[in-house]
Design a protein around this ligand. Sequence first.
Ligand code: NAI
Ligand code: MG
Length: 483
Amino acid sequence: METPVSFDYAPAPESRAVVSIKPKYGHFIGGKFVAGSKHFPTINPATEEVLSQIALAGKADVDAAVKAARKAYTTTWSKMSGKERGKYLFRIARIMQERSREFAVLETLDNGKPIRESRDVDVPLAAAHFFYHAGWADKLEFAGLGTSTKPHGVAGQIIPWNFPLLMLAWKVAPALAAGNTVVLKPAENTSLTALLFAEVCQQAELPAGVVNIVTGDGSTGALIVNHPGIDKIAFTGSTEVGKIIARAVAPTHKSVTLELGGKAANIIFEDAAIDEAIEGIVNGVFFNQGHVCCAGSRLILQESVAEEVVEKLKKRMAKIRVGDPMDKNTDLGAINSKEQLLKIRDLSATGDTEGAERWSAPCDLPTKGFWFPPTIFTGVTQSHRIAREEIFGPVLSVLTFRTPQEGIDKANNTPFGLSAGIWSEKGSRILWASQQLRAGVIWANTFNKFDPTSPFGGYKESGWGREGGRHGLSAYLKGVGHE
Ligand code: NAI
Ligand code: MG
């Protein structure tokens, strides 16, 4: 075996001087920052440093936010022409680009993701979502959704911690383009970029109350979901909370979209270009520490190439640089929270006890903060918990198959159906497999590609509805057949 060449990278830290974090934040209601009453800390998961104190919104705060959103809807936003609404969205998109470095640094500090990803993926894609939807604002009647569509009114939006700013953009941009006003709640671990976005709304002179941001935990989320003044709920997060929300809104007039968990199959057929597939596997499950709902967390290998793939994958995994998220060379950053780290550890431990074989890339983990090395389990069977449950961390479960049909059956043997990956050099096989797979998004010879024009969403327990593209836009309009 040839000796792999290895390079030592000198540290290349991004400066945090570009952001100024306040010691304490309130809510953004009716165009102004208002003080909160109770607060809780938000930390940098890479160092456990307390970054700031975040307000916990109670009933009065949520009421005030819904009231501000309703007022803005009836007096301003629903009266404004699509062309005018579009101008505000273009303005927001441009300011996000201008302040992109600030957003990237803040996201990395608060979330733990590598600066390379927040800088090159999260922030540019968030801006792209605003640009894309800005273009729709004055063309809604040409979206093929009917000519008499109307906005719902006030949208309540609850987002998770894995892509804080990007999930905000997925929610706010289509809502505003379609003429709704919003009350958004970021996840309790990662509120800072949403609060910076509130400043952007002020800078763009967005009419007061069109965007309202209240911070808090699940209790604040429940207040939004159950508020009678809200017409539409959009949620991204765990399947468990998604089910609670579906039950809560079932007897009401509220329209709902849910983007929940996943356990995506990444299927490697024996005719695949193996070296390219290795990159796709790594990108599929180690991107964003594996905190990705559509992560390719089940690797399904055709037996004839299984050994070769696993051997090459381990070599490649040994080169993943784990550590300081603010270092521009870092590939894998910190696990977002202590709770998530414990969940990853617990589920991985069931892999050991149920008989799979664990291998982790050799790496020195920092002593402070929350860390987990890139890990694979081989010898996984379909009944193992690590083959069925979402780990939401840098952990890959490897299964094998003999015939293509068996590969598809294994891939579909899951309560989820968000995404899937197919690796094959044969076009006919790719088309055949993609017709069999029960997943909302299917990538062929690539993985984790996102674009605002492309609808995203799941089958089965992965959720209801689509986000992005015309399909996503339709979820923010009434009169298109699914309110
Ligand atoms: P979660 O579903 O509890 O949190 C997501 C958001 O929902 C947060 O803003 C939270 O404050 C809010 N929330 C919590 N309870 C609520 C309730 N009863 N009503 C309304 N809003 C509520 O997710 P959590 O606890 O952070 O993560 C648990 C697991 O969920 C993860 O390990 C992962 O497997 C999965 N998850 C999936 C995500 C996805 O993108 N599909 C994102 C985050 C988590
Ligand atoms: Mg939770």
